[in-house]
Write a protein that binds this ligand. Structure first.
Ligand SMILES: NC(=O)NC(NC(N)=O)C(=O)[O-]
Ligand SMILES: [Zn+2]
Ligand SMILES: [Zn+2]
Length: 450
């Protein structure tokens, strides 16, 4: 077979570990993996590790409607600079949110015009649109996202228990995942009201309104409904080892559940929020060191399935206030997932390279049934992140729109050198090929094997 590109001499990170192999690419697909290949064009990967491109299953690029917060162009560039080749965009904070087929098609068209990378779209599950789920599935959503607490936006209301239960029944019938933002509305609301009544406005006051029990309570309820409905549940952004452990218990009982955590829970703590401020406000919030250590233990034990960035920027005007409660909650992390997993995971804690690849690429691709994504094998898309595994560097060049980014100035060992999307170079050493465009990813039907 004639090869368009040969990526030569790299350590290729496969499920069984890293191996020195050449990668033969034809028409954007990996067609050969062998010790020695010759091709028309060569990419020299000597001294580099070749990871499957990151599949970031949790970003808020906010287009249309809040493109000034972030957008497909800047968001997908930041992702590419971090080694991502595919992302799944949340149904909010784009506005109006993706609650109907019409909104799906609108966002899809914008993504196809502007995104550097392949992308899939989440649909929303809210009390407003239970009757739209079949249409959204038909349009091609990769799953349904529900907030169990206030989303911060009136146009995307939280689910009540019955809506979540009914939504899971529908999702089970449709063969699609339900993703939950699992924090108890009762806890968060009442603790916030009490804090405000007492004049609370500091970082510590905010953190105290969202203790770990808030997450545990909602996670437990979501698991119960998944058990009762048979739905596939994806618990997004778990912040505590305790919540991960609860999910693992139900998984052992047969519940179809997957667990996401985010780079910020693994890299920053509550003390960093006090030091850095607005750029590290999120919900659930960052936790004390002991909770983070416990979360890492669960990552190392294999209890966490995916790491998604939950990239959710906002303009500086919404990230500036001396009242911490008034700030927009969301962290800009699209570029940093691999850095955190390589530095904090591989180098500091011995997380194997294949586990880094599974958490960032293989598992999300499998969970969302994305054909050809997340793996270094013949027949898969040539989605590659070329990494200088041993290089230590300080992150200064950020590519998201506002760059109010808590990772600026952080030092990591393990740096993304270049990113290839379906065999096309989209990023190398700070430079992008902005002519590349991604395409919509739809989930493979539940009846077919990914
Ligand atoms: N509307 C948001 O962007 N919310 C996000 N914000 C966070 N995590 O602080 C999220 O995932 O909940
Ligand atoms: Zn959330
Ligand atoms: Zn989110």
């Amino acid at each position: 077979m004639s090869l368009d590109v040969v990526v030569r001499g790299g350590q290729v990170v496969m499920p069984a570990g890293a191996r020195r192999l050449d990668i033969g690419v034809s028409d954007g697909v990996i067609v050969e993996l062998a010790a020695e290949l010759a091709g028309a064009r060569e990419v020299d990967a000597t001294g580099l590790h070749v990871f499957p491109g990151v599949v970031d299953a949790h970003v808020h690029l906010n287009e249309p409607g809040r493109t000034e917060w972030e957008g497909f162009e800047t968001g997908s560039r930041a992702l590419a600079a971090g080694g991502a080749t595919a992302f799944l965009d949340m149904p909010l904070n784009s506005s109006p949110p993706v609650l109907t087929r019409e909104r799906f098609e609108e966002k899809r068209a914008l993504g196809e015009q502007k995104s550097l990378l392949d992308f899939g779209l989440w649909g929303g599950l809210t009390p407003l649109n239970l009757d739209q789920m079949d249409d959204l599935a038909d349009a091609g959503v990769i799953g349904f996202k529900a907030f169990m607490s206030n989303s911060g936006l009136d146009e995307f209301p939280a689910v009540d228990d019955v809506t979540l239960y009914e939504g899971m029944r529908a999702a089970a019938r449709l063969g699609l995942v339900v993703g939950t933002h699992a924090e108890s509305d009762d806890f968060t609301r009442r603790l916030t009201v009490a804090a405000r009544a007492g004049g609370g406005r500091s970082v510590r006051d905010y953190l105290a309104t969202r203790p770990v029990v808030t997450e545990l309570e909602a996670v437990g309820r979501a698991l119960l409904y998944a058990h009762e409905t048979g739905a596939a549940l994806h618990l997004v952004h778990l912040s505590s080892g305790a919540a991960v452990a609860l999910a693992a218990e139900w998984k052992a009982k047969g519940v179809d559940v997957s667990v996401e955590t985010c780079p910020h829970y693994l890299h920053f703590t509550d003390e960093d929020v006090e030091r850095v401020g607005a750029a590290l406000k999120c919900a659930p919030p960052l936790r004390p060191r002991a909770v983070q250590d416990d979360l890492w233990r669960h990552v190392l034990a294999g209890d966490v399935d995916t790491v998604g960035s939950d990239h959710s920027p906002a303009p500086p005007s919404m990230k500036t206030s001396d009242d911490f409660f008034a700030l927009w909650g969301g962290i800009s992390g699209a570029q940093s997932t691999l850095n955190v997993l390589l530095d904090g995971g591989h180098h500091r804690r011995g997380l194997p390279l294949e586990a880094v690849a599974a958490l960032s690429a293989l598992n999300p691709a499998r969970r969302f049934r994305l054909p050809g994504k997340g793996r270094m094998e013949v027949g898969a898309d040539a989605d590659l992140a070329l990494v200088r595994l041993e290089e230590t560097f300080t992150l200064t060049e950020l590519h998201d729109r506002w760059q109010q980014n808590p990772y600026r100035g952080e030092t990591f060992r393990g740096r993304v050198h270049a990113t290839y999307s379906r065999g096309r170079k989209v990023y190398e050493n700070g430079v992008f090929d902005d002519s590349v465009r991604g395409r919509l990813l739809r989930p493979l039907p539940a009846s077919q094997k990914v």
